[in-house]
Each structure stands twice: as C-alpha cells, then as structure tokens.
Design a protein around this ligand. Structure first.
Ligand SMILES: *Cc1c(COP(=O)(O)O)cnc(C)c1O
Length: 407
C-alpha cells in the first residue's frame, strides 16, 4: 500500500493555511470615512494618500515617499527620475517578477541580465560587474522574496562605475540591510501594494528616495509633469497620471498598523522552519547573513536537491508535497525565456528589438528555476509553529518514501 498521498496514501494535513488578506472593521470604517468625506481624490492637502506617504517613508527609513498606482509604475518612475534614457542599458537579475525588466523597456532602455547567487537568489555582484558596458547607466537590485540584495557590494559597484542604483523592493516591506530598511539605500526604490504583497490594497505602489531632486522629479512624472508649487495647468515634464487613489491609501493606512505584528510573526516562523529544514538533507534553507537584519519573507524559498533523492524531478517532488497538503510552488522561470523577450514580442522597441535574448545564459538562475527553488507564500508563515512542523513532516515523508514516485 502506498504511503505518499500522491500515490493514494493519507496526506500529512488537510487543514488550510491562513487566509490572505487579513482585515476587519477598521478597513471598512476607513473606506466609509473616505466616502462620507466627499474627498475622493488623493492629491489634496492632508489626504489619506499624503498621510500614507509620510507613514510609509517613516516605516521604511526613507526621506521621501511618492505613492502611485502600482509597483510596475513605481519602478518606471524611479528609472525615469534617476535619468535612465532610451538606448541605455540597465542590469537586472533574471530571477524576478517580469516588471523588474519590463519597467526598463518602458523607459526605452534595454535590460541586460546578470546571474544570481545560488544561496541568496539575489543578483551576484560579480556577474553584475561583468555585464557592465559603456552603455550601462543603472543597476536594478531586486530584494527577491523580501531578502535584501548585497547592498554593500552593489552600492560600491554603482559608485565605482558612476551608475544609478534602483531597488525593486516590491517584495521587501519591512526588510532591512545592516539595520536600515530598504528602498532608499540606493538612489530610488519601488514598492508594490498589489494583493499578494505583505502590505496590500489590491493594487498600489510607491517610490522611496532620500534625494530631494529625485523626489521632485518622481512627483512631477506621476502627476502629469506638474510641479508641487506650480499652477494646475503648468506642465514641466512629460509625465503621466500615475496617482494613487484615496481608497487605496485608506486601506493601506490600516494595513500598515498591522504590518509590525505580521512581519514579526513571519520572521519567527521562518526561523523555526529554517531550523527544521536543516535536518532534512534533501532540502536546504537559504543561509542567514548577519547583514540581513530583517527579511520580509514575502516568499519563503528553500532549495531542493534532486540528486539527493533519486533524481526525482522538482515538478514531481512538488506534486508529492502538494498532495500532502503543503501548497508549495515552483516559482519563476528565467525571465529571458519568457515569450515576452522573443524577437517578435520586442519588435516595437527601438533598442531591445536588436537584442537576441535566446542567447542569454545565466546558469545559476536556470539551475535554480529548473531544479532547486521551491516557494511558500507569505501567508503560510502566518500560521503557528505546528504548521511549520507539518511542512517539515511532509518533506520528510516524501523523502522517506520517494521510491513510490519512481514507480
Ligand atoms: C509585484 C512585483 C512587482 C510589480 O508590482 P505590481 O504592483 O504588481 O505592478 C515588481 N517587482 C517584483 C519583484 C514584484 O514582486
């Protein structure tokens, strides 16, 4: 008789993990306040959008915060504001959500992929340096899963070569590097408040920066090229309408009140789960780094080593794990393999149309995507210690009975 659930056995658990989003009467009350105030637009003095900008800048240790429609737009605005121009190159890791790279295309620039470090899954600073050409003007550091990229090395690299450093912090609310929260460690950073993110309003975004000039430029670009002090119909830059709504800010202000507690809980559960995974041989947690003083754990990523379990492919291992009641997922593919990076899909782009992304090879990213990386989403870390034990128990069970998968 089979033991593994995928082969007909009894699953380790059938209980669901915590639901997301988390909300109560306070969100309803906040929306009601906006309705009844009649002030539905965010760019009025004292608005909830303004209140959120101040609160989020404080939360994330930044001087300026400009709220906007979503994270993709936040990255676009950050790139424009630091001065990236059409035809220039921006170095981006291929192990990330597609917006890290399409935001570069949106400003007319060309994403150049640099491989990641297999133990942190963030951009490898040496690979980034090797990717620099005379056309490079910026590096995009992606804090994937909520783990800060190596900001010491990337800042030094940007300084050495005179490049702008943008942070894609869409997954990194509350994450800190050497005690400083991310987002404005580089020149500018983009956040997302999309439904899956640790602080969310369904949709939403923000740009953070410590630089006064960049902040003014982002503000102008997100508001039709206006200036904060200029007349309504005075447009100084070619901007767009990327303003956050008052509804989004109302929800975000309440979500922010919950952020500390949930952030602490994710970190506690992740530390416990890491300690459990260390004993399982076939998988390994990502190593701690004392410079990563807070990990946001938007995702909990661990590595699976098929060769330690009879070469059972990652997809098969995942299927078995899911059958045991653990909703683990395979994560990203290397971005340059997406059809969006084919010649046909890039034929509209004046510069990227000349690139052949089929020739790109980032072996670490490919190995991680194809064989190693396994994801658990942040809501799973909002359970109790027993839930973490179930995850470890399920992995151990699949390991002990993997021969049932070979049949
Ligand atoms: C979610 C996300 C984005 C884009 O944010 P949206 O609000 O969905 O536009 C960008 N980069 C990363 C790494 C993300 O996870």
């Amino acid at each position: 008789m089979a033991t593994l659930a995928v082969a007909g056995g009894t699953p380790v658990r059938t209980k669901p993990f915590p639901k997301w989003p988390i909300f109560d009467e306070r969100e309803v009350q906040a929306l009601r306040e906006v309705v009844e105030s009649g002030r539905w637009w965010g760019r009025t003095p004292g608005s909830k959008v303004e209140q959120f900008e101040q609160a989020f800048a404080r939360y994330q240790h930044a001087k300026h915060c400009i709220a906007c429609t979503n994270g993709t737009t936040a990255l676009y605005l950050a790139l424009r504001a630091v001065g990236v121009k059409p035809g220039e190159e921006v170095i981006v890791p291929p192990y990330t959500f597609i917006a890290s790279a399409t935001s570069v295309l949106d400003v007319g620039a060309v994403p150049v992929f640099a491989d990641i470090d297999p133990t942190t899954m963030t951009i490898d600073p040496q690979a980034a340096e090797a990717a620099i050409t005379p056309r490079t003007t910026a590096i995009m550091a992606v804090h994937i899963a909520g783990r800060p990229a190596d900001m010491d090395a990337l800042k030094a690299l940007a300084q050495k070569h005179g490049l702008a450093l943008i942070e894609d912090a869409a997954q990194a609310h509350g994450a800190s590097w050497r005690g400083r929260r991310v987002g404005a460690i580089g020149d500018a950073g983009g956040f997302s408040f999309q439904a899956s993110k640790n602080i969310n309003a369904g949709e939403g975004g923000a740009v953070l920066t410590d630089d006064d000039e960049i902040a003014e430029k982002v503000w102008s670009l997100h508001n039709c090229g206006r200036s904060r002090t200029g007349e309504w119909y005075a447009h100084f830059l070619v901007g767009g309408n990327h303003r956050m709504t008052e509804w989004q800010a109302a929800i975000l202000l309440v979500q922010l009140q919950r952020a500390d507690e949930l952030h602490a809980k994710r970190q506690r559960n992740a530390a416990y789960l890491n300690s459990l995974l260390r004993e399982l041989e076939i998988v390994e947690p990502l190593p701690d780094d004392e410079r990563v003083t807070e990990h946001a754990y938007h995702l909990f990523i661990f590595r699976y080593f098929p060769e330690r379990m009879g070469n059972v492919p990652k997809a098969k291992f995942l299927e078995a794990l899911r059958a045991e009641g653990i909703p683990a997922s395979p994560g990203y593919k290397p971005l340059y393999r997406e059809p969006a990076f084919s010649k046909e899909a890039l034929d509209w782009h004046p510069y990227a149309r000349h690139c052949d992304y089929r020739k790109v090879r980032c072996p670490v990213t490919e190995r991680v995507c194809d064989h190693e990386a396994i994801w658990l989403t942040q809501n799973i870390l909002l359970g109790e210690p027993e839930d973490m034990e179930d995850i470890a128990r399920a992995i151990r069970k699949v390991r002990d009975h993997y021969r049932e998968l070979l049949a």
